[in-house]
Design a protein around this ligand. Structure first.
Ligand code: SF4
Length: 399
């Protein structure tokens, strides 16, 4: 068994992958029903650790408390950590009576704000198969928060110094603009009222002029999240994105945005665990060649959505993160924007794991190894699982 407790970057990955068992009542109360608990590992490495999902019951990790001090232990060794306080503003409400925690979710240097949790993919039963329960998206909903609600939320975030970047996200809606027309008044109001950075996660617009306009309206960073690089798996797992936007349009939009926005501010997620590691690496190469920052969240299986490729271990995915770091460095992509995020391991955090320029050879030898070959089997496993999930999961009310 590996010991990842000595290295915060690899420990972060192992914790995100396996979660933690919450046995101590004080720590349990701290997590207070959230699916993940934020902790600060050594070297100020912030991590959101899954603690409620079924798969976390098999985790070797648990939290040990000694007075005011906390340790993560795997039963053999331990490392001191700090529990991250829930932001105080979460428990307060906007003037119109909406709980701030309904609108905003702090993930380290980023606070995600969703002015409307609606996504029209749900109404057509073509939602992304991993959605709901994994990324705090509520699916079909008619809620639209007012600009005042959002401005009060941003003010609360900034006053508490909870984050420096406001991350606005939007699901799919009809139209050619990818949701940016809906977000425009929010972006403009935030930029007019506060001195903060705004990142926008939207769907790729049909026309590049919306990308120019996204920059012109004041967004500092843009994300079009492809999520899965493999063409076939993208179509199976993200049927809405594939049929109504298309993989080609994702890649075109990212390429164009990287020419409009400053270096390092255009990004796209590739979810680790929903496709074979070699395929994620191909996505990393494609994105970084275009000047796009790949962001690699780890898939968190929730009940009824066990889409994860197997086997999936930290030993298997560490080379992917190393590959990410080397690719970003090789292409001279600025890393200062994407850092200190609790939900994902960022390229900047991997720096300590990469020894000189050995990343490439490490990848090659890994995929020639026995365990690497086993990882490549994941593709057929996931196709099979999708068939099963697809047949049980066609009812959107189950999400
Ligand atoms: S685009 Fe996909 S992940 Fe995003 S809210 Fe819609 S279904 Fe969920």
């Amino acid at each position: 068994m590996h010991n990842y407790l000595d290295n915060p970057a690899s420990l972060k990955i192992d914790l995100m992958l396996r979660g933690i068992r919450m046995e101590d009542p004080v720590v349990k109360a701290w997590a207070c029903g959230c699916s993940g608990i934020d902790m600060l590992l050594p070297q100020d490495t912030l991590v959101n650790i899954p603690c409620m999902e079924e798969f976390t019951r098999n985790s070797p990790y648990t939290v040990k408390r000694a007075g005011e001090r906390y340790f993560i232990t795997d039963g053999r060794a331990e490392v001191e950590v700090k529990l991250v306080e829930r932001p105080a503003f979460y428990s307060r409400k906007t003037t119109s009576g909406v709980q701030f925690s309904e609108i905003a979710s702090v993930h380290g240097s980023y606070t995600v704000i969703t002015p409307s949790p609606r996504c029209d993919f749900f109404n057509r039963s073509i939602e992304c198969r991993y959605c709901a329960g994994n990324f705090d998206v509520k699916g079909s909903s008619d809620v639209v928060y007012t600009i005042e609600d959002i401005l009060e939320t941003v003010e609360a975030v900034l006053k508490e110094k909870a984050s420096e970047v406001i991350y606005l996200s939007i699901g799919f809606s009809q139209g050619d603009d990818g949701g940016i027309a809906f977000l425009k008044p929010y972006i403009q109001a935030i930029k007019k009222s506060f001195n903060c950075l705004v990142a926008v996660e939207a769907l790729p617009p049909r026309d590049n002029r919306w990308i120019d306009e996204t920059y012109a309206m004041g967004a500092d960073s843009v994300l079009y999240n492809l999520e899965i690089f493999d063409k076939e798996l993208f179509e199976l797992i993200c049927p809405g994105r594939a049929s109504l936007v298309g993989r080609k349009r994702y890649l075109e939009s990212l390429k164009y945005a990287a020419k409009v926005f400053p270096n390092g501010t255009v990004a796209s997620h590739l979810i680790v665990g929903l496709e074979p590691p070699g395929s994620t690496c191909m996505g990393i190469d494609c994105f970084t060649d275009m000047g796009v920052v790949p962001i690699l969240p780890i898939y968190r299986p929730s009940a009824g959505k066990a889409l994860r490729i197997e086997p999936l271990t930290t030993e298997i995915i560490l080379p992917v993160y190393k590959h990410l770091y080397n690719a970003v460095k090789k292409n001279g992509i600025n890393l200062s924007w994407v850092r200190d995020i609790s939900m994902v391991t960022t390229p900047a955090e991997i720096r300590g794991l990469v020894d000189g320029g050995k990343g490439g050879t490490l990848m090659e030898s890994f995929y020639k190894s026995r365990i690497g070959l086993k990882a490549a089997w994941g593709l057929s496993t996931i196709r099979r699982k999708l068939r099963v999930v697809g047949s049980d999961d066609s009812d959107p009310s189950k999400h």
